[in-house]
Design a protein around this ligand. Structure first.
Ligand code: C5P
Length: 320
C-alpha cells in the first residue's frame, strides 16, 4: 500500500510538471516559424471537446508518402519511393514496442521485454549496441528527423545503424505549405541524402513521412489540449512514431515516454548529457504529447505499469 501511494504521488508530480512545462513551452516559443494559423474548431464545453485521444491520433492519419501521391506521381523524385508497404505481413502484427530515447531507460533492464514485440520502433541514431540489457537489440523501424538525415556526423547514407531496417524520415515544412513548397523549403534538405540512400540501396524500405500528416497530428494534439495553447512547432519524433505505428498495430507498448521513477535528468540513455528539456519539452509540444499519451494508457494497473516499469500500453480503437 505504502509503495503504491508513493507511485501515485510520483504520478501527480509528473502530471503537474507536464502541465507547467506546457505553459512554459508556449511562452518560450513565441516565434511562429511554421506560420501556424490554427483556429479552434470546438466549443469550450466538455461534451463538445471530448473525443478519445487514441481516436484523435488515428484520425490524424500520419502516413508515409507513396508514388501515387501528387505531385510525386509526376516527378522523377517520386519514383524513389519504395513500392512496398511500410510493414510486411501487417495481419500478423500483434504487439509493437516504441523505445523512446529517454535517459531513464538506462538501468531499466527492459531489453528482453522490448525484444518480445513483433515490431520495435526506435528513433534517430539511438544505438542498441552496448545497451542491449536495457533497450533490447531488435529494430524494425527507425523514425529519423531531417537533421539526422543531413548532418555529416550521423552519416545517414552509410552508417550501419540505418541499414537493414525500415526508415521513416520526416521534416515538417510549413503549416500550410504545399508538398511542392516543401521540396524547396524543408528545414534541412533531407531529399539529397534520401535519394543517395535509395540509389545506393534500392531494396531498402526507406520512406518519407507526409508533412501534412505531421501537422494534422499537431492539430489532434491541440484538440486534446483544448483551450490550452501548445507550442506552434511540430510534434517530437516519438509522438509522430506513435501515430505512424498505431494504425498497423493492435497494441503498442511505449517505453519510457512518460517517465518512470527511474527519471534521472539525462537526455538520452546513450549519452551523459543532462537536460530535462529532453523529457519535459521546450521546443516541441512534448509535455502536451505526454499528457495525451498518458490519457491513452490502457494498462490495467496503470500507475504501476507506467510509473514503476516505464511501460505505457495503448490499444488501437477498432472502429473509428
Ligand atoms: O532526442 P530524440 O528526438 O532523438 O529522441 C527520440 C524521441 O524520444 C523524442 O522525439 C521524444 O519523443 C523521446 N524522448 C523522450 N524523453 C527524452 C528523450 C527523448 O521522451 N528524455
Amino acid at each position: 500500500e505504502l509503495c503504491h501511494n508513493k507511485t501515485q504521488q510520483f504520478r501527480q508530480r509528473i502530471v503537474r510538471a507536464f502541465e507547467k512545462a506546457m505553459v512554459e513551452s508556449v511562452n518560450e516559443s513565441q516565434a511562429n516559424h511554421y506560420n501556424v494559423d490554427y483556429k479552434p474548431v470546438f466549443g469550450d464545453s466538455f461534451e463538445e471537446q471530448y473525443y478519445p485521444s487514441t481516436c484523435l491520433v488515428m484520425e490524424a492519419g500520419v502516413r508515409v508518402l507513396r508514388r501515387k501521391d501528387a505531385p510525386f506521381n509526376k516527378l522523377p523524385f517520386g519514383r524513389l519511393f519504395p513500392r512496398q508497404k511500410l510493414f510486411r505481413n501487417v495481419k500478423d502484427i500483434k504487439t509493437c514496442a516504441i523505445v523512446s530515447s529517454a535517459g531513464s531507460l538506462a538501468g531499466s533492464k527492459l531489453g528482453r521485454f522490448i525484444d518480445t514485440h513483433d515490431i520495435v520502433m526506435r528513433f534517430n541514431h539511438a544505438p542498441t549496441q552496448g545497451h542491449e540489457v536495457d533497450v533490447g537489440s531488435k529494430t524494425t523501424i527507425r523514425v529519423v528527423n531531417s537533421q539526422v538525415v543531413t548532418k555529416p556526423e550521423f552519416d545517414f547514407t552509410r552508417a550501419p545503424i540505418f541499414r537493414n531496417v525500415t526508415i521513416a524520415a520526416w521534416d515538417p515544412g510549413k503549416y500550410n505549405g504545399t508538398l511542392e513548397d516543401w521540396l524547396t523549403s524543408a528545414d534541412y534538405d533531407l531529399f539529397t541524402n534520401y535519394e543517395l540512400y535509395r540509389r545506393r540501396y534500392p531494396k531498402s524500405r526507406a520512406f518519407l513521412i507526409d508533412p501534412h500528416s505531421v501537422w494534422r497530428l499537431w492539430q489532434s494534439l491541440q484538440m486534446f489540449a483544448g483551450s490550452r495553447p501548445i507550442s506552434r512547432n511540430p510534434p517530437s519524433s516519438g509522438f509522430i512514431g506513435l501515430a505512424l505505428l498505431l494504425p498497423h498495430c493492435p497494441q503498442v507498448d511505449f517505453v519510457e515516454y512518460v517517465p518512470s521513477t527511474r527519471l534521472n535528468g539525462r537526455c538520452h540513455y546513450y549519452s551523459k548529457e543532462m537536460n530535462s528539456a529532453c523529457t519535459f519539452g521546450s521546443w516541441h509540444p512534448l509535455a502536451a504529447e505526454k499528457l495525451m499519451a498518458l490519457d491513452m494508457n490502457m494498462a490495467e494497473d496503470d500507475d504501476m505499469s507506467v510509473f514503476q516499469f516505464g511501460i505505457l500500453r495503448i490499444r488501437r480503437p477498432d472502429k473509428l
